[in-house]
Structure formats: structure tokens, C-alpha cells
Design a binder for this molecule. Structure first.
Ligand SMILES: Cc1cc2nc3c(=O)[nH]c(=O)nc-3n(C[C@H](O)[C@H](O)[C@H](O)COP(=O)(O)OP(=O)(O)OC[C@H]3O[C@@H](n4cnc5c(N)ncnc54)[C@H](O)[C@@H]3O)c2cc1C
Length: 583
């Protein structure tokens, strides 16, 4: 445990520490209490949610509310709510484990997350005592449900460009405007709504569904997560008491962006839970369906897909716990007892905005690849609505769009990293590039170190030649982000596997195989990204020299991945599921 801020890992600094040297939380080290809560969540999902999958997906909002209330009875709506306001005030790791379970039903998970995360957290972190006392106990118990209304038809990615207005009249705020795509709008009792005071100071307001002047539009007809409510929220001279302003005048951007960071961590984690369910039914189908006289799981190219699905779960878990571990360490140094408790906690979370975006982008794309693999393993049946992959393929598509699109998050990752590398206190980009060449003996850590060295060499050149202007070239910025998130994920997976090996974990061999496959494949992508980024930065002889330098750098020896994947697939087929379980 860190004793003070100086001992915390700084956001974005992972690139500059020797491979594998940073402390890292893993799913194998959870407390008994966290595991007990996760198990209760799993029983709840298996017993109450999954059997009602179809009803939920037919947009039975009464049922969703009923189930949210049951989740409230179990305490899992208040995991992150302070005890003084009816919650459990547990660490983010516990929240992540619960979310993994919830993610097995995408629509319910969306309602749950919109309520507990983006709906409730603005009041937790920015509410004053009276606001917290009024709303949080009801939100934690499930008596009331929450929604978060930032987006408008004209401002999605450009979220701070909202047009909704708020004017103070006779001790009341009068709100006007229309919010678009608001999750839980069909049944929420409390809305955190963003509007500009006098048209210029973006601010957040707590609006109750019974307030005069608020109404909702029709349900959107969506591609996926059809069981979650999504509507416009219409404000027509909506009058609310003056004390419903949240966090102060002009604090809207601070609240909106801070809360999105929390949402992004969680979206990364929920991709893991959904992936486990997909793998389970895909393994079952691949065992039952025969072609050419053999079960599908006997074919190398099917084994490759099954192994890749497990690899994405393993890496996603490693990445999620790595990030949440940093967060819990930082949050442990703050206290709700302090007057500035909420602001201190938000500041601690902000430090890891880049890691949150990396988890969101990586997790959402990994789950989409897994859903795609599932469709392919099912063949024609995968294209039929009668079989499960069709639904996850549609349901998980949204993850690349909300909580900031993956384009916006990629731009944020590159922007944050380069900003952190600037100034006197900046991360040592050029020096880091040289230091990263201090190569460890261990094969997998060596791959991580070589990846860092290559990426830093090119990013340092980008910074030196172009400064922040490199971000104007969005493709180059996205390549920088890809390098960073691949390395972050690779290192997380390698460290986790090594820890499992060191502790003689039952599945250490499988973990090493999964980490090795990922490291090899990520290495190939990193090499490609580094070369293509170089081409964005330089031309002619400068480019030739740079590419020659990159090529001259050592590379890890190639590994025969088919053997590893066959062995991974054999373990999966034997167990019938992803066997390395935190719960
Ligand atoms: C099912 C669903 C639920 C939602 N729930 C909520 C909710 O509860 N609360 C809420 O406030 N919002 C919610 N949203 C809104 C969601 O956050 C936005 O849809 C998202 O931020 C993208 O905004 P947009 O749809 O306006 O797309 P646009 O901003 O118009 O983007 C369109 C495309 O252009 C790209 N693009 C935009 N700007 C740039 C740029 N500067 N550089 C490069 N590319 C760019 C985007 O990445 C995207 O690919 C929800 C949306 C959906 C679909």
C-alpha cells in the first residue's frame, strides 16, 4: 500500500519503468470479502437475470426496475456510495468484479452501469451534504433510478458544446433544451442534466422526473442492447429549486469529463465478463457440432479462435486489474471524512484518465473481435437470431461508441501522453527511449522492453520534430495510442502470468501460454505501427535511417503459436469454459 502520493504510480509513466517493474494488482489477489460479493452478484445474474434474458430484451422496463431493486437489496447498487449515505463504500476492484458478472446480460448491464456509475457518481463526487443525503440512500437501495444526460443531437463527441440552457429566476433554475440518447430515461427518477447557465457556463443539475417541464421522447429503435431504455429528455421551462445545482456554477465540464473517466474503466472491465459468457457457449457449440466426422473443436482454425477468445479475456482482466489497482491505491489516500473528499477522489481518478481510455478502447475492441469469432465458429448458425452469437455481435457494438467513441479516446490517449511528456515535471520521453533498451533476460519481459524501446524511439521523434502539432495528424495520433495501449496490455498480461507462475497457481502454465501468444501478436502489431508512424514523421533519407534504426533493434525470437494455441484450446475444451476464475 502506498503511504503517500509520492509512492503512487503516475498515470502514463508505465512506458518509462523497466519492463515488469511496477507493482500490479491481479485478479488472483482479491480479498475474501470482494470474492464473496462477486459471488453474490454471480448468483444474482445466474438466478435472476439470465433466465429472463428474453423478457429484458423485449424492453420490459418494469422488470428491469424490479431487478435493479433486487440488486439494491443485495447491496450491489451502493458499492461505491459512502457508508454515511447508505452505501458500502468498497474499493473499485469489488465494483469491477461485480460489473464483470453483470456484463453477461448486455442490456441489463447497460441499465445497471448507467444507474450506478454515470447516474449516481456525479452526486457521490460532487454533491453537497444535503444533495447526498437526499438522493444517495434511495439510489443505493434501488428505490430510485438515475440517468446521466450530457449528449444532445448537435453535440455528441463535442460534448461540451451543449446548447441546453439554465437561467436563474425567483430562486429556481429554468432549464430548456433536448438531451439525446439518454440511457434509463424511460424509468429514471433522477437525471443529472448538463446545461449552460445564461448560455455560457456549462453546469450540472439534478432534475427529478416529477419536476414540472421535464418529459421523455419515444424509445429509440436500436441495433443492440434493445432491452435498455434510450430516449430523448425534453426540458421545456423545466423549473427546479436553486439548490439542485451540482458542484457549482460552471463545473459542468469538470463533472462530465471526470465521470466519463470512471465510466471508461468500467466499460473495459465489462468486456471481460461478456467475453467469458461468449466463450462458454462457443465452446459448447464447438464440442457438439461435427463436420468431416469430427467436432469443430478438433480443427486448428477453430482452436485458434477459441484460444484467442480466452487470450482476450486473460489480457483484459490483467489490464483491468492493473488499472483499478492504481486507482484503489490512490483512492485509499483520500477520505470521505475530509471536506474536500469528493474532489480529492475525483482528482485521484483523473490521474489515470489515459489508462481508463486505454482499457475502454482495448476492451471494447477485444469483445467485438470475440463476438466476431463466435459468429464464425457457429458458421451459418452464427448468422441466425436463433443462436446466441447474433445478439452479442449486435449488443457489444455500442461499446465502441458510448463513453466517448474509440476515435475520441484514441486522440485523448495520445494527447494526454504527449502532454505528460512536456514541461519540467514531464515524463522523460527521450531519456526513456534510451533507458528502455536495458534489456531483461526473461523472454516475455524482453519482448515488453523491446516494444517500449521501439515505441518510445518513434514517439520521441514525433515529439521532437512536430511537438503537439503531431496531434493534428489524427492517423499518427491513433498510431501513438495503439502503441501505448498494446504495450500497456502486453505488460499487464506478462506480469500477471509471471506472478501466477511464481505462486504456483494451478493455471500458471495456461496463463504463460496466453501471455506468450498475446505478446507475440502484439509485438507484430507494434512493429507495424512503429514503422507506419515513422512514415508519418519523416521522408526520404531521414525515414530510411529511422526505419533502418528500428530494424537494427533487437527483436524477440518468433514462437510457433499454433502449438501454444492447441494447448490452450485443449484446456478450454476440457473445462468447457474459461477456467482461470477470479470468483
Ligand atoms: C445506446 C446509446 C446510449 C447512450 N447513452 C447515453 C447516456 O446515457 N448519456 C449521454 O449523455 N449520452 C449517451 N449516449 C450518447 C453517446 O455518448 C454519443 O452517441 C457518443 O458520444 C458519440 O456522439 P455522436 O453520436 O453525436 O457521434 P458524433 O460525435 O457525431 O461522431 C460521429 C463519428 O465521428 C467521429 N468524430 C467526431 N468528432 C471527431 C473528431 N474530433 N475527430 C475524429 N473523429 C471524430 C466519431 O468518433 C464517430 O465515429 C448514448 C448513445 C447511444 C447510441
Amino acid at each position: 500500500m502506498a503511504q503517500d502520493e509520492t509512492q503512487l504510480v503516475r498515470g502514463g509513466s508505465f512506458m518509462f519503468h523497466p519492463a515488469g517493474s511496477l507493482p500490479q494488482a491481479t485478479p488472483e489477489e482479491n480479498s475474501e470479502d470482494a470474492l464473496a460479493i462477486a459471488e453474490a452478484a454471480r448468483d444474482f445474474v445466474n438466478g435472476e437475470i439470465l433466465p429472463r434474458d428474453e423478457e429484458i430484451d423485449h424492453l420490459d422496463l418494469e422488470l428491469t426496475r424490479e431487478l435493479l431493486a433486487k440488486a439494491g437489496d443485495l447491496g450491489i447498487l451502493g458499492i461505491e456510495v459512502p457508508e454515511a449515505y447508505g452505501g458500502l463504500d468498497l474499493d473499485k476492484k469489488t465494483a469491477l468484479l461485480v460489473l464483470e458478472e453483470m456484463a453477461k446480460q448486455a442490456s441489463f448491464s447497460t441499465s445497471y452501469t448507467a444507474h450506478t456509475s454515470i447516474g449516481t457518481m456525479p452526486i457521490v463526487y460532487f454533491g453537497n451534504h444535503e444533495q447526498k443525503a437526499k438522493y444517495l440512500p434511495k439510489l443505493a437501495s434501488g428505490e430510485w433510478c438515475a440517468a446521466y444526460a450530457l449528449t444532445e443531437a448537435g453535440s455528441g463527441s463535442d460534448a461540451l458544446g451543449a446548447k441546453a440552457t439554465a437561467v436563474l429566476q425567483d430562486g429556481h433554475w429554468v432549464l430548456n433544451g433536448t438531451k439525446a440518447w439518454i440511457t434509463n430515461a424511460g424509468f429514471a427518477d433522477v437525471f443529472v442534466i448538463f446545461a449552460k447557465i445564461n448560455g455560457s457556463h456549462l453546469s450540472a443539475f439534478i432534475v427529478e422526473k416529477t419536476d414540472p417541464g421535464i418529459s421523455t421522447g419515444a424509445e429509440e429503435k436500436k441495433l443492440g442492447i434493445k432491452g435498455s431504455s434510450t430516449r430523448t429528455v425534453i426540458l421545456e421551462n423545466c423549473r427546479i429549486p436553486e439548490d439542485r445545482l451540482l458542484g457549482g456554477k460552471g463545473k459542468g465540464a469538470r463533472i462530465a469529463l471526470g465521470i466519463l473517466t470512471v465510466g471508461r474503466f468500467k466499460l473495459g472491465a465489462s468486456s471481460v465478463g461478456a467475453g467469458k459468457r461468449v466463450l462458454e457457449y462457443t465452446l459448447k457449440y464447438a464440442a457438439e457440432r461435427t463436420q468431416f466426422g469430427k467436432p469443430l473443436n478438433a480443427f486448428g482454425l477453430i482452436q485458434q479462435k477459441l484460444a484467442n477468445m480466452a487470450m482476450r479475456i486473460f489480457v483484459g482482466e490483467a489490464m483491468g486489474f492493473r488499472t483499478i489497482g492504481y486507482l484503489d491505491e490512490a483512492l485509499a489516500l483520500t477520505s470521505w471524512e475530509s471536506e474536500t473528499g469528493g474532489a480529492d477522489k475525483m482528482k485521484a481518478i483523473d490521474e489515470y484518465a489515459m489508462e481508463a481510455s486505454m482499457s475502454k478502447v482495448w476492451g471494447s475492441e477485444a469483445l467485438f473481435a470475440t463476438a466476431d469469432d463466435a459468429v464464425q465458429v457457429f458458421g451459418g448458425a452464427g448468422f441466425s437470431a436463433e443462436y446466441p452469437p447474433e445478439k452479442i455481435y449486435r449488443d457489444c457494438r455500442i461499446n465502441r461508441i458510448f463513453e466517448g467513441t474509440n476515435e475520441i479516446n484514441r486522440l485523448l490517449i495520445a494527447q494526454t501522453f504527449l502532454k505528460r511528456c512536456g514541461g519540467a515535471e514531464g515524463l522523460p520521453l527521450a531519456a526513456g527511449a534510451a533507458a528502455a533498451l536495458d534489456l531483461p533476460q526473461d523472454g516475455l519481459l524482453r519482448t515488453v522492453a523491446l516494444s517500449k524501446a521501439r515505441a518510445l524511439k518513434v514517439i520521441a521523434l514525433a515529439q521532437a520534430e512536430h511537438g503537439p502539432k503531431i496531434l493534428d495528424n489524427q492517423e499518427a495520433a491513433a498510431r501513438i495510442s495503439n502503441l501505448l495501449l498494446e504495450i500497456y496490455a502486453m505488460e499487464a498480461a506478462v506480469v500477471r502470468a509471471q506472478k501466477m507462475k511464481a505462486s504456483d497457481h494451478r493455471w500458471a502454465g495456461l496463463a504463460m501460454d496466453l501471455a506468450t501468444v498475446y505478446a507475440q501478436e502484439a509485438w507484430n502489431r507494434i512493429q507495424g505501427e512503429a514503422r507506419m508512424l515513422a512514415a508519418e514523421l519523416a521522408s526520404d533519407s531521414v525515414l530510411d535511417t529511422l526505419v533502418a534504426d528500428l530494424l537494427a533493434m533487437q527483436a524477440p525470437a518468433p514462437v510457433a503459436l499454433s502449438i501454444l494455441r492447441q494447448s490452450i484450446a485443449a484446456a478450454l475444451v476440457d473445462q468447457g469454459r474459461y477456467p482461470i476464475s477470479a470468483v
